[in-house]
Ligand binder design. Structure first.
Ligand SMILES: [Zn+2]
Length: 317
C-alpha cells in the first residue's frame, strides 16, 4: 500500500489478498471500535443501539454456524466481553493460567492463539465462524514480536520519547511483521482445508501516533483523533474454492477494496455477505456497506466523539 518498508513480506508474496488503502475506523479507542466491528452498530447509531444490539456472532449462530471467540486480550468488562460470551466457544487465553505473572500474561504473543484455532478447525464443523481478537501492535511494542520477526533495528528504546522515535518506529514495524506472519499462518490453515469455501477478514480497531510529523503525540484514544489514529488496514482473503464458486463476490471486492471504507460501518455487513447470511431489522440491512456487494456505496467518513455523537472526520481533525 505504499509504505516504504517491507513490513508484510508474506502477505505481499501472495496474489490472493485484497487490501484497502483508504480504510478508517470511526473510533480511536479499543472499547468503542471493537464493538462496532463486531456488530451492525456504527457511529450513527452507537449511542442508541449499542445497549440492545446482538453481535454478528449471534447472527452466525442463527444461520447454523458453530462459533468461537478466541482472544489474546484480558477481560475488560466492556461490550467486547459481552459479545464474546455469545459464542459457543469463548476462550481468553491470557485469563487461563492462574499462576502466570502479570508480566508473562501481558507479553503473551498472538501466535499463542494458533493452537486454539487448530482445535476449533479439527472439529470440522460444516459451517464455522472463528473470531480472533489479537493484541496486535498495542504498546509495549517490544513485547509483541519474537526475535525472528525483528527485521528493523535498532529498536532497544527504554523510554517512549520523541528522541527515541526511530527506535519506536522500528519496534512498531516489527509488530507488523509479526501480524503478517500470524495472518499468513491463519490463511495457510484455511487454505489447506480441501474444497472449503473459506474466507478471512482482518482489520485493526485503530491506528497509532508515534510522534509523527514532529508532533508530541503518542499512542491513541486522545479526545481529538489524528488521521494516524483512525487510518487502519482492512484485508480480505477468499479460498480458491470460494473464488471459483462466487465470481461475482470476487469481482465486487476487487472493485470496492480501493474505495473509501469505514471499517466500523463495513466490517459486519461484509462478514455477513462473505458467509451468505441475510439479516433483517433496522441497522442490519446496510448491504451497501459490504465490500463484497455489487452495490457498495462509500459514505463520508464519520467519527464517534467522546459524547457518542457522530461527526464528520474532517470536521474534527
Ligand atoms: Zn485497541
Amino acid at each position: 500500500l505504499g509504505y516504504n518498508r517491507p513490513t508484510n513480506p508474506r502477505l505481499a508474496d501472495r496474489n490472493d489478498i485484497y487490501a484497502a488503502p483508504e480504510a478508517y475506523s470511526e473510533s480511536n479507542t479499543t472499547h468503542k471500535s471493537v464493538p462496532m466491528l463486531l456488530s451492525p452498530v456504527n457511529a450513527t447509531d452507537f449511542n442508541t443501539d449499542i445497549y440492545q444490539v446482538k453481535s454478528l456472532i449471534t447472527a452466525f449462530k442463527e444461520a447454523g454456524f458453530s462459533t468461537a471467540f478466541l482472544s489474546n486480550q484480558r477481560y475488560n468488562r466492556s461490550f467486547i466481553d459481552f459479545f464474546a460470551e455469545e459464542s459457543d466457544t469463548c476462550v481468553f487465553i491470557k485469563e487461563l493460567d492462574d499462576n502466570a505473572t502479570s508480566l508473562s500474561r501481558n507479553s503473551r504473543p498472538d501466535s499463542d492463539l494458533l493452537p486454539w484455532l487448530d482445535k476449533i478447525l479439527a472439529q470440522e464443523a460444516l459451517k464455522q465462524l472463528i473470531v480472533l481478537h489479537t493484541y496486535g501492535s498495542h504498546f509495549n511494542y517490544l513485547d509483541r514480536y519474537a526475535k525472528n520477526d525483528e527485521l528493523f533495528t535498532p529498536c532497544d528504546y527504554t523510554e517512549a520519547t520523541k528522541s527515541n522515535r526511530d527506535k519506536l518506529i522500528n519496534a512498531y514495524d516489527n509488530t507488523i511483521v509479526a501480524t503478517d506472519r500470524l495472518l499468513t499462518d491463519c490463511i495457510s490453515r484455511l487454505d489447506s482445508i480441501d474444497g472449503a469455501f473459506a474466507g478471512l477478514l482482518y482489520t485493526s480497531d485503530h491506528g497509532e501516533d508515534i510522534f509523527d510529523n514532529g508532533s508530541g503525540r503518542f499512542l491513541h484514544a486522545s479526545p481529538r483523533p489524528t488521521l494516524y489514529q483512525v487510518h487502519v488496514p482492512m484485508i480480505a482473503w477468499l479460498s480458491a474454492g470460494y473464488q471459483e464458486s462466487y465470481p461475482d463476490i470476487v469481482a465486487a471486492v476487487g472493485r470496492n477494496i480501493s474505495c473509501l471504507i469505514s471499517t466500523s460501518r463495513s466490517f459486519c455487513p461484509s462478514a455477513f455477505e462473505m458467509a451468505g447470511i441475510k439479516v433483517s431489522g433496522n441497522a442490519m440491512t446496510d448491504t451497501a456497506a459490504s465490500i463484497f456487494s455489487d452495490h457498495y456505496e462509500p459514505r463520508e467518513q464519520l467519527y464517534l466523539t467522546d459524547h457518542n455523537t457522530p461527526v464528520t472526520l474532517k470536521s474534527i481533525l
